[in-house]
Design a protein around this ligand. Structure first.
Ligand SMILES: [Zn+2]
Length: 414
């Protein structure tokens, strides 16, 4: 199975013109003069650029008993259409992925039904006995959802396990002790970061703060970076939106002020925030009309166009997007991906930087056909998504049949 992709591509050192040949799932050759092999996809057209395959470190594919909101198939079809080659699934499912038996089922579901490749996080278990080597074989990290898991005794045990097994700890860092009724002020985020960073100092695990939402949180993050191994991501909604009353915009942590928004955008530009994730969190439309309903909304199919629009406006560099959505996630998760270089996994995302359109949620592959970005004009769009040398999104269509691979099976580069 071979594929040759032609066009302008993002290589270490900058944009180059040439071809990429992928053979048996790996990049075999990259350069100006590459002997074509297998099928040839030609993107040598004004405005089109080939990027290393994008990786989203924070996605809720739901499924199991919540499959009415989203399932592995629809969620990963949304990823393919959104330009994402790998999505990492959160364990707050029903039942939760915090037992080995559920983890195995989850992996099997992904293998059978996913349209792109996937990674898994393990949740903090109820029983210490679940913290076995197998977790590290099947998962990329441990998700700690502080609002719920703050008091559990198994938390510290789990963190020591993560440290021993060299698993990333990815945290929703809001300390519920600082919530005021329904309000979740920035200080809850600051204190959540502090608490997790102190634990990381004690147990020496690698800590990743997901969906950073406030300028105060960003300052706290910067303070801890000198003492612990710490990285962070934010999401397009924190980079582009501010507080609204409409429950559709409800998300945790909440949207904040214009000052927070611009601080996060600068933080991303300066590399203080290393990653962008979607926090793709689908719910039923009816659930989102309820002011007391759940937080979150779908994001996989709007993330890349929104980021490319920021590039178009000069607020981000294309190189910054590649770093935040591919290169750094690959390195944090220990994957031989995120680079267009011989020996790396043959995952590519082709974008058209000139394609302008209005976001229409009715076109989403996700079951959640609404968005806080509905009607927004964007410039820049994924046009082809390639996973292990196979196009899974091309000419506006998602192509299934490849089956998903747990990225833990990628092995090393080379
Ligand atoms: Zn989430």
């Amino acid at each position: 199975m071979e594929l040759t992709v032609k066009g302008r591509f993002f290589a270490p050192g900058g944009l180059r013109e040439g071809s990429i040949r992928i053979s048996r799932g790996r990049i075999e050759e990259v350069g100006e003069e590459v002997a074509p092999g297998g099928e040839v996809l030609d993107f040598r057209e004004e405005g089109k650029v080939i990027l290393p395959g994008l990786i989203d470190m924070h996605v809720h594919l739901r499924d199991f008993e919540l499959s009415y909101k989203e399932d592995f198939r629809t969620g990963t079809r949304a990823a393919a259409r959104g330009g994402y080659t790998v999505v990492v699934d959160m364990p707050n499912t029903l039942p939760r992925v915090n037992r080995i038996s559920v983890l195995r089922k989850r992996e099997e579901l992904g293998r059978r039904r996913a349209a792109v490749d996937f990674g898994l996080y393990f949740g903090v278990p109820e029983e210490k006995g679940e913290l076995r080597k197998e977790v590290g074989k099947r998962c990329l990290g441990i998700k700690v959802y502080l609002p719920e898991e703050g008091e559990k005794e198994t938390l510290e045990e789990t963190l020591r396990f993560a440290s021993r097994e060299r698993l990333l700890v990815i945290t929703h860092a809001e300390d519920p002790a600082f919530f005021r009724g329904k309000e979740r002020p920035p200080e809850a985020e600051v204190m959540g970061i502090r608490r997790m960073a102190e634990l990381s100092l004690r147990h020496r695990f690698r800590l990743h703060l997901t969906h950073l939402s406030s300028s105060a949180g960003l300052r706290e993050l910067e303070r801890w970076k000198r003492r612990v191994r710490l990285s962070a991501d934010t999401c397009p909604h924190y980079l582009l939106l501010t507080r609204r009353r409409d429950p559709l915009f409800k998300v945790f942590p909440p949207l904040r002020t214009e000052r927070d928004r611009t601080a996060l955008l600068s933080g991303l530009r300066e590399g203080k925030i290393e990653v962008v994730t979607s926090d793709h969190a689908p719910h039923l439309r009816a659930e989102k009309r309820d002011p007391d309903g759940p937080g979150g909304f779908p994001g996989l199919e709007t993330e890349l166009p929104l980021l490319l629009t920021l590039v178009r406006r000069g607020e981000l560099e294309l190189e910054g997007v590649v770093k935040a959505c591919s290169e750094v996630p690959a390195s944090l998760l220990g994957l031989p991906a995120g680079r267009i270089e011989k020996g790396y996994v043959g995952n590519l995302t082709v974008v058209d930087l000139k394609k302008s359109f209005k976001i229409d949620p009715l076109e989403f592959e996700s079951k959640a056909k609404y968005s806080p970005f509905q009607g927004r004009r964007v410039v820049g769009s994924p046009v082809c998504t390639i996973v292990r040398g196979r196009p899974v999104f091309l000419d506006g269509e998602v192509v299934e049949g490849l089956g998903g691979m747990n990225v833990k099976a990628y092995g090393e580069a080379g």
